[in-house]
Design a protein around this ligand. Sequence first.
Ligand code: TXA
Ligand code: MG
Length: 372
Amino acid sequence: METKLIKVCRPKPEAELLQPAVQALQRGEIVAFPTETVYGLGAVWNRPEAVREIFRVKGRPQDNPLIVHETSVERMKFYFAEWDAVADLLARTFCPGAFTLIMKKSPAVSSPVTAGLDTIAVRIPEHPVPRLLIELCGQGLAAPSANISGRPSPTNAADAWEDLQGKVPFIIDGGPCDFGVESTIVSWTSGKLELLRPGGVSAEAIEAALAAAGLNIPLLRPSSLQLPPGAVPRAPGMKYRHYAPQARVHVLTGASTEEKFSHLRKLAEEKRLGAKPTFYISRHLADRLHAELPELAERAGAVIAFSEEKSHAAAAQGLFAAFRQLDRLGASDIWAEEQSSDHVGAAYMNRLLKAAAGDKQGVLPPREEERE
Ligand code: TXA
Ligand code: MG
């Protein structure tokens, strides 16, 4: 299949350029597009053949459900069996945005997107491209991240192209994604509010919104999402890696730049960095690496530095793109800098730890490791 790239303007995508992709979606084909989190691979949600094609192209296990994307809270309500004060508060506070809500599905909803579950995940992207696509299609779009299952999610059109070229008719290029990690997923079922995946909307922000509204409901975090502050505990390997590049991923641990730098120096002295080590570290640490460990800087396959400022967000935004770039350079090992796991740092550390699962240098593997 020939894949066409459609480049649109980010703040105001041109409807006429999107038309061929809209027609493809309406014919039951699948199309990759940008969102503010990561690129998605979309199909009209209630066309079962099209939705099955997503699973086929991604190589995604059949039992892993998809998120439906919509344009408004009013339209979001259609998919759910019930709507209450908690749902209303969460939707009105965090939608549109990097936030996905899971609740019991409406009996009117029947689609392979739910993978047979009685719940459904819905999100309202803020990005103008999916919003316009949904409007022009007149239907919600089911969309997982646009990677082949197990690989890092694409956060720019070139990375989506790498995985999907020849497999889909259109990839829409709307530039790089703002967050670079997937949406926060919250499940609100049977009176339990659970954070299933940390993302662009922080757990702290959700808790603050609940408290401000006087709703006394705890946000439960599965133990696989909890990390002791500043520590990256040790545990043996696991079955699959996730969000993972080809290279081995390691966490460069430390509570401060000083600690991380000492860790790095020690690893270098002990020759434990790998045959062709590469680095994904803050600008500050990169400067010290170049200044104080010039031989290592020389030997390193690459050093990709993210900004010191708002380092959580900057680290998250570039992580998946860095994984892919370092793979293309033939890195044997990727050393990515630890960030504290509060706010968006939780999303960064979650993705990094999953990619590093099984790292002999010692990383906490997540409990659930289903492939996405
Ligand atoms: O930011 C995002 O959420 C991106 C963009 C494209 O919107 N999408 C995304 O989709 O990350 P995906 O399929 O890669 O991840 C969705 C996750 C999967 O882990 C899936 O198991 C979970 O959401 N999920 C979907 N529906 C669910 C449900 N009913 N119950 C539990 N988990 C669900
Ligand atoms: Mg995914």
